[in-house]
Structure formats: structure tokens, C-alpha cells
Design a protein around this ligand. Structure first.
Ligand code: COI
Length: 354
């Protein structure tokens, strides 16, 4: 496939880097390509960022056949731009495509097209501390048809936005509400797929949590409602008896790329890693007895986000003073962001320079 680059007529003004919010401002250009059964992916192009024209019967609007990804580009001290594990994202997207009966993409072609897009939009990769360029690839079913079956027509696109911290409080520990009623995913479902429906289904509980003053909902397993799953926008990690404990990948939670990276970094630091789902009781008893010393979430958007307190029904536990990031959480954050921003050596080969 030949990538076409269409002219850009009117570049937008750049946002104020000291005041970047998450996912509100988009760059000048985007990548787009089309798919038709029988023809495959075609017409890959980099074009000005603009709205799509969709038929009201486009299948994504009715049956949510959609997948997406989240990755980032970082500005390094020497001015160069680095992508972090982009092939992992394209491979994960293809796993999602198979589960959602959508066409797979050519990962190698996508990496070169993404690099070209970032090269053209290089000036949008922010320079301020803690900022990055968030990359959102997505695929939607565009065929006009109201029957329930996999579509024959799709659109794949990548949009970019310069971002600051995901949570308003930056690296300040977040407050988490553990839902004893709502569930996010069950075995055999689509919990491990980055598909919009999982996020839509989480909004009701998230709104309830926000109304009570919490930042996020921690989901429990659908069967027993006892075991920790994930927090929609992040995987969860606990420092328990000095080990890093995180829920295993059984198909109901996202196989997070930041999760993968943090587990590898922890092992490299000599910290034992256990992929085992803690129960709510273990969280509460663990904090009370001192066995659970730190908790944090991991995700591309949130990076590493310390947790200051958990509430379940009418019980709350506060980790440490609820305001301070734990020492191992901080060390993992410094090492991960050190690799991403080029302040630390990339011994794992995760960084893809442009
Ligand atoms: C990410 O971390 O990239 C995500 O996609 C999570 C979220 C913003 C939905």
C-alpha cells in the first residue's frame, strides 16, 4: 500500500503547554484508511484533521463494532521523539479485531505510517515536563446495515492530542470506590478487548462514584464479586508482603502495556511479582495489618497512578497518609518515565525513535 499525504491548508494555533488537559485538543492531521471485504485495506492517507461523514445506519452507531488503542510519543532532552512499545499496541489491536470480527491491520505498515504521521506533526509533541503526545488509533464498522452481523466496511484512523496528566491532581494519590453491585466484565465476554462498549458500560458506576467524591471505580469479578479485576482506565498493582501483586490475565481485564512494562521493571529491581487477584478482604486486612503498603494503577494515559484510599460499602482504608506516593511506586514511575523520556537506558528495547 502506498501512503498518500494530502496538503494541509490552515494549521491550528498550538495549545498552551503549561495547561494541557487530556484528550481535548487535536493536532492538524490524522491518518485514515478504508476497508471493504474483497478489497481489503486501501487508500491509506494522512489528511487534515476533520469530521467524518457517516451514514445514520453505520453499524458502529448501532451495534458498537469498534476497537481502539492508546499509546504515546515523548519528547526527549535532545529534541528527538520516541514512541513507547508501539508494536505491542498494534498487536493487541489485532487480538481485539479477531474477537470483534473485524479485519486485522498490517502491523509493520501501521508502524511506518504512524511514524510518518508523527514526523509531520512533530511540532505538536509538547516539551513541558510530564507532557506527551497521546496517540489514539481506532477502527469502526461503517457499513450501512441494520442486521446484526460483522460489517463488510470499516474505517481505521489515528488521531493525536498533546496531553498533560490524566487526572486533575497529577501524580497525587487517587480515591477509589469498590463497586459491590455493578460489574465490568464476565468470563467469555469482551473484558480484555479495548472496545468502546466496555467503557460505555462503566459510566453509570463511575458517575455514582464521582458523585460520592471518588476518582475511579475498582471492578470486582462478576462471579463472586470478591476478587480485584481492574479500574477501567488502569490495571491495578499492590505491594503486598513486599511483592508486587496484580490480577492475572484471564480474559476479563485488559492486557495493559504499562502493566507489562511495570512487571518487567519490578522483576529487574529484584521485586517478586505475583499474578494473583487480591480479594477485597485482603485489601482491607492488608492495609490494617501493614502487609499492604502501596497500591497503584497503570495505564498509558495515567502512566502510574498511586492510590490513597479504597472504599467498599461503608468501610474506608487509607494507604499511608493517603497523600504520599509510596517509595516503590515512585521508583517504578521514575524508571518507566525515565525510559520513555530518554533519561534512562532502554535495556528492554521498548523505545522506537523516529
Ligand atoms: C489509555 O490508557 O490509553 C486508555 O485507553 C485508557 C482510557 C483513557 C480510556
Amino acid at each position: 500500500m502506498q501512503l498518500e499525504v494530502l496538503p494541509l491548508e490552515s494549521p491550528k494555533p498550538r495549545p498552551d503547554e503549561s495547561n494541557l488537559t487530556f484528550g481535548k485538543q487535536f493536532t492538524d492531521r490524522m491518518f485514515v484508511m478504508d476497508y471493504l471485504t474483497g478489497q481489503g485495506w486501501h487508500n491509506p492517507r494522512i489528511q487534515p484533521y476533520q469530521p467524518f461523514v457517516l451514514d445514520p445506519a453505520a453499524m458502529v452507531l448501532h451495534y458498537a463494532q469498534e476497537i481502539f488503542e492508546g499509546m504515546k510519543a515523548f519528547r526527549r532532552p535532545d529534541g528527538k521523539i520516541a514512541l513507547f512499545r508501539p508494536m505491542d499496541n498494534f498487536q493487541r489491536m489485532n487480538c481485539g479485531a479477531r474477537r470483534m470480527c473485524m479485519p486485522e491491520i498490517d502491523e509493520t505498515f501501521m508502524l511506518s505510517a504512524l511514524k510518518e504521521l508523527i514526523r509531520l506533526e512533530g511540532d505538536w509533541v509538547p516539551r513541558a515536563e510530564g507532557t506527551s503526545l497521546y496517540i489514539r488509533p481506532a477502527m469502526i464498522a461503517t457499513e450501512s446495515m441494520l442486521g446484526v452481523r460483522p460489517a463488510d466496511q470499516y474505517l481505521f484512523f489515528i488521531i493525536l492530542c498533546p496531553v498533560g496528566a490524566y487526572y486533575k491532581g497529577g501524580l497525587a494519590p487517587v480515591k477509589i470506590w469498590i463497586s459491590d453491585h455493578y460489574v465490568r466484565a464476565a468470563h467469555g465476554g469482551t473484558g480484555e478487548v479495548k472496545t468502546g462498549g466496555n467503557y460505555a458500560a462503566s459510566l453509570y458506576a463511575a458517575r455514582e462514584a464521582a458523585a460520592k467524591g471518588y476518582d475511579q471505580v475498582l471492578w470486582l469479578d462478576a462471579r463472586e464479586k470478591r476478587h480485584v479485576e481492574e479500574v477501567g482506565s488502569m490495571n491495578m498493582c499492590f505491594i503486598y508482603d513486599g511483592k508486587l501483586v496484580t490480577s492475572p490475565l484471564h480474559g476479563t481485564i485488559l492486557d495493559g502495556i504499562t502493566r507489562r512494562s511495570v512487571l518487567a521493571l519490578a522483576r529487574g529491581m529484584g521485586v517478586a511479582v505475583e499474578e494473583q487477584a487480591l480479594t477485597v478482604d485482603e485489601i482491607f486486612e492488608g492495609v490494617e495489618s501493614g502487609r499492604l503498603s502501596e497500591a497503584f494503577g497503570t495505564g498509558t494515559a495515567v502512566v502510574i497512578s498511586p492510590v490513597g484510599q479504597f472504599t467498599y460499602q461503608d468501610k474506608t482504608v487509607v494507604i499511608g497518609d493517603g497523600k504520599t506516593t509510596g517509595p516503590l511506586t515512585q521508583r517504578l514511575y521514575d524508571t518507566l518515565t525515565g525510559i520513555q523520556y530518554g533519561r534512562q537506558p532502554d535495556v528492554h528495547g521498548w523505545v522506537e525513535l523516529l
